[in-house]
Design a protein around this ligand. Structure first.
Ligand code: SF4
Length: 441
């Protein structure tokens, strides 16, 4: 398929889109030559939420006249609200609110890592996204003193410059897993399952496994690559413990994160992971994943994160180990309000993935796996096509992410202030600060 020789850069297009929308107002549905916003998004990522995310990524501020807090799914985070205190009880200086979280609560010999925000970037592999997207996320993670995960696709050389902020993922295909990538990592993440497609493993279609991607994964170009499910070396807590011993032998300082999906017995899995030696349990609920995850799997297999979190949080308390492990949530966390709700439901922090992509221009069109052209994302995000990936330039993408995180952290502190909390850690498990809004609209 030929590329237009006179393309409009995505950045310009997005700025034009957002500016046009802000000038004309969403309610008029004026969207100029770009068509009706009704064509954009879905109930979870509504047109308004996508546009609000673009606005935040462009300006670093929350919009006045777009809903940047919730979607319209009618359930989960969209049915929860906060019980804010009266204004006299708000924290006077929201900027003073502490948002850092410790990741090593085992008090073992490994490093204490304390990201400045309760957010880190979820795994998106080289192959599923372009190297420019990976680099932008790594640079943004460094800016915010947090982390991002490589996903399962290897460790492009340029990432080493930011290695203190890059999590190495080990998944069932072991793609790109090398001694040096484990030694470089402050955190090694075992991906046992993905909330968007538990039991299905990972797959990268041949059209996206170009020369560089194949080289990184030890394969040959344009052959489909599958990560089977499950790890055929791990069927018990003891097997999991052997995995952790392996990493400790290669890198004694690295923290261990365990990414699991949310089946009904996920609470048992979480406790087992703690006893195997994990520092971080990362629960990945059913609404995550890029457009490459099959819809039937996304909506019907794993538990929504809003249900899994309190179940795991309470079980860890009951077992007496909640204060010894960090609980991280992902899979449907879209906004600062979602982040605060996830923490109130029991998480210590969250992982963002899709939100990062939307901030960088994702329209949620669902063509991540290849689309009609087979070349991947038309916006240059989830593609390794040598021409398309040039649509996302690193400096531009870092600026978008930095602005977006600025707006998100402003709103998170705004929520904490209105709840009268001086530290994000005080919000963990405070379901009493949430209310269910069913029947209010
Ligand atoms: S814009 Fe790109 S990243 Fe977003 S859903 Fe479409 S193909 Fe996927």
């Amino acid at each position: 398929m030929a590329i237009s020789k006179d393309p409009v850069k995505p950045s310009d297009t997005l700025i034009h889109k957002t500016t046009n929308l802000m000038q004309n107002g969403l309610n008029s549905h004026a969207f100029g030559e770009y068509g009706s916003p009704n064509a954009l998004g879905d109930a979870r990522w509504t047109d308004e939420l996508i546009l609000a995310t673009w606005y935040m990524a462009e300006t670093g501020k929350v919009p006045d006249d777009l809903n940047y807090k919730t979607g319209k799914s009618g359930g989960g985070f969209d049915r929860l609200d906060f019980k804010f205190r009266s204004e006299s009880e708000w924290v006077a200086d929201p900027e003073s609110i502490v948002t850092s979280i410790p990741l090593n609560r085992r008090n073992d010999h490994r490093k204490q890592l304390t990201p400045s925000i309760p957010i880190y970037g979820g795994g998106m592999s080289y192959g599923s996204v372009s190297v420019n997207v990976m680099m932008a996320r790594a640079k943004n993670a460094e800016k915010w003193n947090t982390y991002m995960s490589t996903g399962e696709g290897g460790y492009p050389l340029d990432l080493y410059a930011h290695k203190d902020h890059v999590i190495t993922q080990v998944a069932t295909g072991y793609f790109g897993v090398e001694e040096k990538t484990i030694q470089a990592a402050p955190i090694v993440e075992f991906k046992y399952a993905q909330g968007a497609k538990p039991g299905l493993g990972g797959h990268l279609l041949a059209s996206k496994a170009g020369e560089e991607v194949a080289k990184m994964r030890g394969s040959v170009p344009f052959v489909s690559l599958f990560s089977p499910f499950p790890f055929h070396s791990t069927y018990s807590v003891e097997d999991h413990s052997k995995h952790i011993d392996w990493i400790e032998t290669v890198n004694p300082d690295a923290l261990i994160a365990v990414k699991v999906s949310t089946p009904h017995d996920v609470d048992m899995v979480a406790v087992g992971s703690y006893y195997a030696g994990a520092h971080i349990i990362h629960l990945d609920g059913s609404y995550g994943g890029t457009g490459a995850a099959p819809e039937i799997a996304k909506k019907n297999i794993a538990m929504p994160i809003e249900l899994a979190l309190p179940k795991v949080h309470k079980f860890l308390i009951k077992e007496g180990v909640r204060d010894k492990i960090t609980l991280i949530a992902s899979g449907g966390v879209r906004t600062a309000d979602d982040i605060a709700k996830a923490i109130a439901l029991g998480a210590d922090g969250v992982v963002l993935g899709t939100s990062d992509l939307v901030a960088m221009g994702c329209t949620r069109c669902g063509n991540c796996e290849g689309g009609p052209s087979g070349r991947g994302c038309p916006w240059g995000l989830t593609t390794t096509d040598v021409e398309l990936q040039e649509w996302v330039q690193q400096d531009w993408a870092v600026e978008r992410l930095d602005n977006y995180y600025t707006a998100v952290m402003w709103r998170l502190k705004d929520i904490l202030s209105k709840l009268g909390l001086n530290d994000v850690k005080e919000l963990v498990g405070r379901t009493d600060l949430l209310r269910y809004t069913a029947g209010e609209d």
